[in-house]
Design a protein around this ligand. Structure first.
Ligand SMILES: *Cc1c(COP(=O)(O)O)cnc(C)c1O
Length: 231
């Protein structure tokens, strides 16, 4: 087996083991936790190889890098997630090319995506990015601001609000990681107690996916553990 095949199987095993260990009650519910392969920094050929192994969902952070890769893979039935920071002048390309956006953190961005989503396409799936701790340059709104932004989605029929996303600062130790992820889960439960039916917690990366799954992740975003080190 090649390295990519090995790492793909290892990653799926890590996810399955974490679900068995920490969330036995949801084992039978269909996809309790999905793998989102973060392919930034890796070529279209690696994405194609993973697609051959059965992976469908891929995440990219930079439009300039993503566009040629997406064009080269048009023959495949892939689901594309935008997981990078959003600059105002890039919303049109994101709205046209992606199925999901994980990093919406202001009303203006949501409004633009809503206006620019092509009418022929289904609504674009959106996660609000939440910043769990004050850190410069990270993106995301604070937990207490989430309800007000979520509320604005009523006016954005071309967007489908699916849930919340976070990128916590790296922490050593399972418990320290889990405490952060549980804060995001609390935000989602709060919204759902107030009438939403959100189904997505986008959290967990190569180094902390087990803690994220323990806290309720439904989508883990994995780059390095799958593709190896980025160049
Ligand atoms: C790069 C990136 C990942 C993947 O991180 P790894 O540690 O390589 O698994 C996940 N989410 C976002 C938003 C990223 O930018």
């Amino acid at each position: 087996m090649d390295d990519l095949t090995n790492r793909y199987e290892e990653t799926l095993t890590r996810i399955a083991s974490a679900v068995r260990r920490y969330r036995p009650a949801v084992q039978s519910a269909l996809p309790a936790v999905r793998l989102l392969a973060i392919s930034k920094g890796h070529p279209a050929a690696a994405i194609r190889r993973l697609a051959e192994l059965g992976q469908r969902e891929f995440g990219e952070n930079y439009l300039q890098e993503a566009a040629p890769k997406m064009a080269a893979l048009q023959d495949l039935p892939l689901i594309w997630h935008y997981t990078g920071q959003i600059q105002g002048n890039k919303t049109r390309a994101i709205a046209a090319g992606f199925d999901w956006v994980h990093t919406v953190d202001r009303e203006r961005t949501a409004q633009r995506l809503n206006e620019q989503r092509p009418v022929a396409a289904t609504p674009i799936n959106v996660c609000i990015q939440v910043r769990l701790e004050a850190e410069a340059g990270k993106g995301g709104i604070e937990p207490h601001e989430v309800a007000a932004l979520a509320d604005r989605f009523r006016d954005f029929p071309r967007l489908r609000l699916r849930g919340l996303m976070c990128i916590p600062a790296p922490r050593n130790g399972f418990e320290a990681q889990r405490i952060q992820f549980e804060r995001l889960a609390e935000c989602l439960y709060d919204l759902n107690r107030h009438g939403y039916a959100l189904d997505t917690l986008s959290m967990g990366m190569s180094d902390d996916l087990e803690a994220a799954i323990a806290a309720g992740a439904t989508l883990v975003r994995i780059g390095t553990a799958l593709f190896g080190t980025r160049t």
